[in-house]
Design a protein around this ligand. Sequence first.
Ligand code: 5GP
Ligand code: MN
Length: 737
Amino acid sequence: DRGQSRPPSTNCVIDHGIRCFFLFLLQVLLVFAKEDSQSNGFCWACEKANFRCSMARTPESALECFSEKHHDLVIIDHRHSRHFDAEALCRVCHVDVSVLTCAHFLRPDREEASVMPLINAGFNRRYVENANMMACYNELLQLEHGEVRAQFKLRAGNAIFTALEQSQEAIEITSEDQIIQYVNPAYESIMGYQQGELIGKEIIEVPKSEKNKPDLLETINSCIRKGKEWQGIYYAKKKNGDITYVTWLKCLGETAVCVCLDSSCEINFQTSDTQDAFLSFFFFSPESGSSQRRHSSMARIHSMTIEAPITKVINIINAAQESSPMPVAEALDRVLEILRTTELYSPQLGTKDEDPHTNDLVGGLMTDGLRRLSGNEYIFSTKQPHHIPSHLTTPLSLNDIPPRIAQTMENEDSWDFDIFNLEAATIKRPLTYLGLKIFSRFGVCEFLNCPEATLRSWLQVIEANYHSSNSYHNSTHAADVLHATAYFLCKERVKQSLDPTDEVAALIAATVHDVDHPGRTNSFLCNAGSELAILYNDTAVLESHHAALAFQITTRDDKCNIFKNIERNEYRTLRQAIIDMVLATEMTKHFEHVNKFVNSINKPLAALEENGVSILTSPENRILVKRMLIKCADISNPCRPQELCIEWAGRISEEYFAQTDEEKRQGLPVVMPVFDRNTCSIPKSQISFIDYFITDMFDAWDAFADLPNLMQHLDNNFKYWKGLDERKLHSLRPPPE
Ligand code: 5GP
Ligand code: MN
């Protein structure tokens, strides 16, 4: 009921502040050597006034109690000087804290004497002994509304000006007639003015932005004149005029308070609960260190000139939190926690007890060498890049491809095309032949302005740098990825999204993407301390090598330099796109690429009614499409017709087995223990590979490019592996009946 008994609030900042200070219960210390009717009277009066009351019997306990609670009001019994020296006690309390009202009382039978010694001691009221409870209560009320309130005003004023001076936000206070009376240091530094240039001037003289409505200042003025509040956005210019600041104004009665903020925190003041933002700003006193520290660190972020998008996002969420109800604020805390991690796109890897096949795939494909180091040296089978083998230099053009080979490529534009037929017909040189056919279909030579002979030489030298001794990562895999890439490039959505440069880049990237692959994983090379791992700092070792070597081989010799005749800028663009795509095949970034694709392309497209060409063709999104395209082409084996899928599974397993064999031989850590030729269940490893990497990625790619046949094969193949696994078979195929 104390709240209700307060005078109605006026539109005055200080009064508002006082009310906030008063929200804390007034604390009273009664110092009485002995309990009597007088001490009881004050105790009861405190209770009635809803003050918090402590009682001390000795000066020592009084001081102890006071130093702990810093009471607003201390009432010291001065009637019996034999108990303690009331004046000394009062002096000590006053020395301790400046904000204090002391009362003293006199026995009615004593002779009147001067109150001067009491005033000198720090007493500021004298109460003549009167145990009547109402008299005590009235005395307390008068103290509260007189001395205590005045002390509070001083305290509030001090706190406000300390806050204003130390605030990182620019603040300007004007009089009713728009004369600037105060600006804080932050205002000076943000707006570029000196106090002296502003104080006493009308705010109209300070340059404003044209963004304000012409009559804005008049509106504000009339509000103030009527004693009403005004709040809204007011644009002001810095002294140098080049940056426009968003200004938030709140005009209260006699004073206008203006908070200038950098436009990045506009959100702070557009939330519905603007008042809170404003008030919380005012009432941190110098002691409330935590809120102040937070405030100034926010201000430091705000003042950063080059802000990363993630910083902006975090700032927006921080600001929104301030005016959100608890559950929302807490949910946003969790969001912030996630946003602050650097690995936004990689799922947290599951616990150890998960399926060992998934664990090994994750360990083998998703981690790079930085976590696994060993001193062993792995010697590459080819130290020097291959040149074109002499027996291959016989002229060969699309027109004189042997009919037997041409025949195997007839249905090259179909998904069901059998690459292994071509591999056999070309004696393990499918890349050159398929390359010639596909590059010609896409007009790559015309685009690059390069003779077909150069393209042919290029294909031959690239193919020669694939290791035919690898069971999986040989030129047949490259030809397969090229085939899938060409197939995807013909899909309507992909065509809408990519331009001719992107198409050519994708075909070249697919062709070179695994060149000189040693048939070992990145983890292996890092563990073995291979030259390549040293060269590329255990980071995307193979992919960096494939891309770098491809350009070395291509540009080393004019005879095979397919880029020789294109313009410098065209070359830069093409080269950048090729490198980006080859690096995108690195599996540590698998989830990053897939999630970015889903978030930036699938989701926005799904939210749109019409076709959303602008989503498809922005440079950022085209990069995401190209990455997704080559990734899907690279690991599309599980979406191929069953027989092809089984063959690929056999090949990758054999390559992994060979790696495990070598790891054991050399005493290296075994990166993927499940890929042990004596124990491995190939169906299980395929099921895990599909579950973990393939399903989500192809769902997303299918949603974009529309690939029902691939999804059908995937489903079919998955069931095939499940069937074998249910029969507890470890082999590629069921045993003959
Ligand atoms: P690449 O090295 O071919 O550019 O990237 C593809 C990655 O996925 C390779 O590390 C390859 O070993 C792996 N991969 C491709 N197909 C399969 C598969 O069917 N099963 C498993 N376990 N891994 C595969
Ligand atoms: Mn590959």
